[in-house]
Write a protein of this length. Structure first.
Length: 331
């Protein structure tokens, strides 16, 4: 039986990461999506919803071949509180790499507490994960000036250049030898040797299968006080509640980094290429993104990450209030 080099690379990562810290897998209570977010006295707050086409926005940040893998959809809202419209991304490990994102109004550093989230749906239609391959569906935060496009290495060079990257990774492949699927938070620090894997931490023993055709909320919490990058995934159900997926909480220890030095200023989608891939892709998946948000500090409940105001929301509210005041003045 043929195994791709990406499968062998995956096995290496599993063995390398087997000693990382265990996840806190305690389930959180059911949460009400309809609760209004409280005001946060935060230095950085960002939200992007996809009721408008972001691909026509000149303020986006992009590199590589990302645009060839993205399309805006004028589809219905996916869950209560969602806005109509989504950004569809094609995850195909055989295609050229790229990333597409949005500049934050500030940056997050290695010693700051912050949170980021994405709401998305992995489409069942066209989904394929080769059991002899190994590749991820991913999004995250990165440094637009220092994060490169070589995430996996290749036959010509095993080195990667994705410095200063904080990432959600879901590897849907199920191997008869090392299991899966795997859910993993990952973090690359600054350049210490020319190879980003020389300053890297992740968790790779968390076997979780994410459901298809279901709205999901993934949250990354950067917690220097706990020496941890914490990833959790929640299901957004029809009645507007958020329910944690069973065991879908993982921790990447920050103290495994060779040098805790990094700064991220962009949030978005990371669309990598498998440098060791064979004739067929390890992963092909269409993923529809409905929200990307980030904030300094922590929120009280995960669903609050979906209630952060996007640019222009407050202006609209102010305009409505002004019109109401003008109407009342005419009476």
């Amino acid at each position: 039986m043929r195994f791709s080099c990406s499968w062998l690379a995956g096995l290496f990562v599993v063995l390398l990461s087997s000693g990382t810290a265990a996840a806190d897998r305690q389930r959180r209570p059911v949460m009400d999506l309809g609760r209004s977010i409280e005001h946060h006295d935060s230095s950085v707050v960002f939200a992007r919803y996809f009721d408008e086409d972001p691909l026509t926005d000149d303020a986006t940040v992009q590199a590589g071949d990302a645009l060839a893998r993205l399309a805006w959809q004028a589809d219905p809202a996916a869950y209560p509180g969602d806005r109509a419209g989504s950004l569809r991304a094609i995850y195909d490990s055989s295609r050229p790499a790229g990333w597409f994102g949005f500049r934050l109004p500030g940056s997050f550093g290695a010693h700051e507490t912050f949170s980021a989230a994405a709401a998305f749906v992995i489409d069942a239609d066209g989904f394929a994960a080769d059991p002899n391959g190994f590749f991820q569906i991913s999004w995250g935060l990165w440094n637009a000036d220092r994060t490169g496009l070589e995430r996996t290495g290749s036959f010509t060079s095993f080195s990667v250049d994705t410095f200063e990257l904080i990432e959600f990774d879901y590897f849907p492949n199920v191997s008869p030898f090392f299991g899966g699927p795997f859910l993993s938070p990952g973090i690359f620090g600054s350049d210490v040797s020319g190879d980003a894997f020389s300053n890297f931490s992740s968790l790779f023993d968390l076997e979780v299968r994410l459901p298809l055709d279901v709205p999901l909320l993934a949250v990354l919490e950067h917690r220097p006080d706990l020496d941890a990058l914490i990833l959790s995934v929640h299901r957004i159900v029809d009645d507007g509640h958020v329910v944690p997926l069973n065991a879908a909480v993982g921790v990447a220890p920050l103290d495994l980094l060779a040098l805790r030095d990094y700064e991220v200023d962009t949030i978005g989608l990371t669309l990598w290429k498998d440098g060791f891939g064979g004739a067929s892709p390890a992963v092909v998946a269409n993923v529809s993104f409905h929200a990307l948000t980030a904030t300094s500090g922590l929120v009280g409940r995960p669903e609050e990450m979906l209630q952060i105001s996007a640019p222009g929301d407050d202006d609209s509210d102010d305009d409505s209030d002004d019109e109401s005041d003008d109407d009342s003045g005419d009476d």
